[in-house]
Design a binder for this molecule. Sequence first.
Ligand code: HEM
Length: 534
Amino acid sequence: MERMLARSARGLDGRLRAAAPARRFLRKIFPDHWSFLLGEIALYSFIILLLTGVFLTLFFKPSMAQVTYDGMYPALHGTRMSEAYASTLRISFDVRGGLLIRQIHHWAALIFLAAIMVHLLRVFFTGAYRRPREVNWIIGVVLFTLAMVEGLFGYSLPDDLLSGTGLRITEGVAQSIPVVGSYLVYFLFGPDFPGDEVIPRLYIMHVLLIPGLLLALITAHLLIMFHQKHTQRPGPGRTEQNVVGQPLYPHFMAKTGAFFFAVFGVTALLATVAQINPVWLYGPYRPSAVSAGSQPDFYLGALEGALRIMPNWHWDVLGVTVPLNVLIPATVPLGLLLGGAANWPFLERWITGDRREHHLTQRPRDVPTRTGIGVAAITFYGVLWLAGANDLIAYHFGIDLYLTTWIARIAVLAGPVVAYWVTKRICLGLQRQDVAALEHGAETGVIRQLPDGGYEEWRAPVPASQRAAVEARRPLPLPAAPSRGPASPARTHLGRLRQALNRILTESVPLPPAQPDDHDGERDRELTSSRHHR
Ligand code: HEM
């Protein structure tokens, strides 16, 4: 058997000349850290979505033709409904394993978006988006946006009362956009709402167009990541020039293969024990009906919250009403967050003048201002997200609904400022702690009596890994660009703004003078390393 395999491999290689590149590919080094699993969770839940989605397409009917229900669920017998809703009920009650697959699909969608969000935050807070990874960062922002749209469209397909309510909001949001709004609504719904076009149109986008785009972009994302190699955390023996970790084969492949099954297992377990989107309880969509406590899936909660807390502003100009009460919440918060994320690497580069490649990640405390901005953005998003459930908060905590609206209005503006300030203080405090450890050794809590009767704490030598992590934030001299860099005298308003931003962004506790490098011994002990592309 072995000889036969070897002969086939030699035969193939004689024709394809693939052995040498394949060997290089399999020996590629992967750094290891738990936070690198977040991107993998996103990837694996996407694969689960594709697998379960294919199963669902075998039974789902994307049609709004009206039928009378006569399936296995007695409570809806005789009810008029769309074929889309009836086929969702059929998948849930008549198709063997159908409900489980529906639930796995829905849970995988939630995990996919949650993993994308946390992965994005990991990349942001560790500065892993810096040159040369800006392209992957931009692809990531597009992936995140597409994933939200994909989720919204999938959620709308069953044509139940809850998802129909979401579609009504989507229609209102699209209509609020000046000039193109009515065309957008026409392209999505046809001449009427809900009409009988929207489900087939959403279906084709949900099963073909957006997954195709996601697949292409995820492939590009991974190829770029593979080519540029992964960033690594600072540590003994890790430099901007090398990659320390384990080879793709067998270590990484074994681990990541097991991880795929773990993600699949957890998703299947959730789908088995935790009910999700029981559409049969909501009934078919009727534009005149809405149930109390209606809410979208979690990733659209912030959009919902923004709509709920926005004051009733509108602007009448030349006989046309611009509904700012819908337009602003629908476009500004997510626009700020996604647009801000897409532009951040370039803004940071302009402010710092740092055009060098970076392969070592930063610890969040190393760049207090950036970390503060990130936490401010999370707070902004979080307040809007909570506001999306203001009716439930008011109900469960016995608070007046309008009070929750006012609290959210104030918190959405003040919360990010407070979060920024507190986070920055915490980061600077942690930096001071690092500096104290470098200068005096690590705290041990052991008090010793001195010969003269006094007391002092015994400080242990700082471990090499901690020293390397702290030393990594020592600023390297920027390449000289005296006439244009942020350090040169500013002559224009823009130049002065850049210098002021530079002072804010680079605010840090200075490190004590560098010690001679004493990590060489550790470096030799590292398992494997390879070099970055230059
Ligand atoms: C469909 C969604 C996504 C998938 C499947 C995905 C997958 C991955 C995987 C598997 C990695 C390597 C492991 C890791 O660093 O976690 C990675 C790295 C990376 N991702 Fe994503 N990602 C997605 C979305 C995003 C988003 C939303 C962003 C940011 C806006 C982003 C930016 C990056 C960057 C910059 C890297 C390189 C990080 C490094 O080398 O340290 N990705 N992605």
